[in-house]
Design a protein. Structure first.
Length: 320
């Protein structure tokens, strides 16, 4: 038997009255929950303390994240030069200058559901840009984009303001797979009248990009880097510098800790981290299969996978 810290991973919330206070080092047993060790489904991990409550383990978990973790992407792109670099590539507007970035922006509603935007940015010309990461394959992507667009419009057009004041808006929807099976790395929605075939320009531009198809162009290269998020690859301008800062430099460690702490609190509250590892232990499934069976939201899977990888690494545990 071993006992996992509540600040990290727990596989079985059942309590036992048979505590070994010598093993626990005098720590209050109520701070621990039981886990099962030694199964091959967890890479043969022996009974251990999962040290997610330590700064080192939190940083290690965050370093495993890529830019398809909406949590990590939001932190990376809240930096204005980094966001400018990414948007210039995705919109092909070479002189675009971002002046404001909001990450994980919540649009609260009294009656309808709240919407949380991964990135909402404004440029020097008053144009707005919404970047969304989506890992799910089975949802209606077009209607999700419609939801983002409508909520942003209603948020930007304050009561009593004329509709002519609606700014130019770009909704950029980034997926890990080729969700429309187009064989293209990116595409832009162009609206037209059916009969006259004249352009229908309402000021909203919708761009889809994915990391599955590589057309050998700049957007494909950017999407590939979203997947690798390699801090030692310095070929992607301000984005490379930002990831190097976050993952390699001392100044980025506090930011990584905040990412981890927030996600751990959320995972702990919903029991998701415990459930993933428990299922891996009992079925010998890998993390992806466990998250699929638990119906973990696609956009959260990259982040959970980073914590699972750290939990199952020898570096993240202290053996008895």
């Amino acid at each position: 038997m071993s006992w996992g810290k509540r600040g990290g991973i727990a596989l079985d919330k059942q309590r036992s009255g048979d505590y070994n206070t010598d093993i626990l080092g005098g720590v209050d047993p109520s701070c621990f929950v039981r886990i099962h060790g030694g199964g091959s489904g967890m890479a043969g991990i022996k009974p251990a303390f999962f040290e997610f409550s330590t700064r080192e383990a939190q940083i290690a978990a965050a370093r495993e994240m890529n830019l398809f973790s909406n949590v990590f992407m939001s932190v990376a792109l809240e930096d204005i030069p980094t966001c400018t670099y990414v948007l210039r590539i995705l919109t092909r507007i070479s002189d675009l200058e971002v002046v404001e970035v909001r990450s994980q922006e919540r649009i609260a509603k009294l009656v309808s559901r709240d919407v949380i935007l991964d990135i909402l940015a404004r440029d020097s010309q008053g144009r707005f840009y919404n970047i969304e990461i989506q890992r799910a394959d089975s949802i209606d992507h077009k209607r999700r984009v419609r939801l983002y667009r409508s909520e942003i419009d209603s948020e930007l057009l304050r009561k009593g303001t004329d509709v002519d004041a609606l700014p130019e808006l770009y909704v950029i929807y980034i997926s890990e797979t080729d969700i429309f099976n187009s064989g293209l790395a990116w595409d832009e929605v162009i609206q037209k009248f059916r009969r006259s075939e004249k352009d229908y320009d309402d000021g909203c531009h919708i761009v889809y990009a994915n990391a599955e198809v590589d057309e050998g162009d700049q957007i494909s290269g950017l999407m590939s880097y979203f997947k690798s998020a390699d801090p030692d690859d310095m070929n992607h301008g301000e984005l490379s510098h930002r990831l190097h800062f976050l993952k390699r430099e001392a100044g980025g460690e506090d930011i990584l800790c905040k990412i981890s702490e927030g996600f751990i609190r959320e995972g702990k509250r919903e029991g998701k981290l415990e459930d993933i590892l428990s299922l891996m232990e009992t079925t010998e499934w890998d993390a992806d299969k466990a998250m699929e069976m638990l119906k973990i939201e696609r956009e959260d899977r990259a982040t959970y996978a980073a914590f699972v990888k750290t939990a199952t690494s020898n570096k993240s545990v202290t053996q008895f």
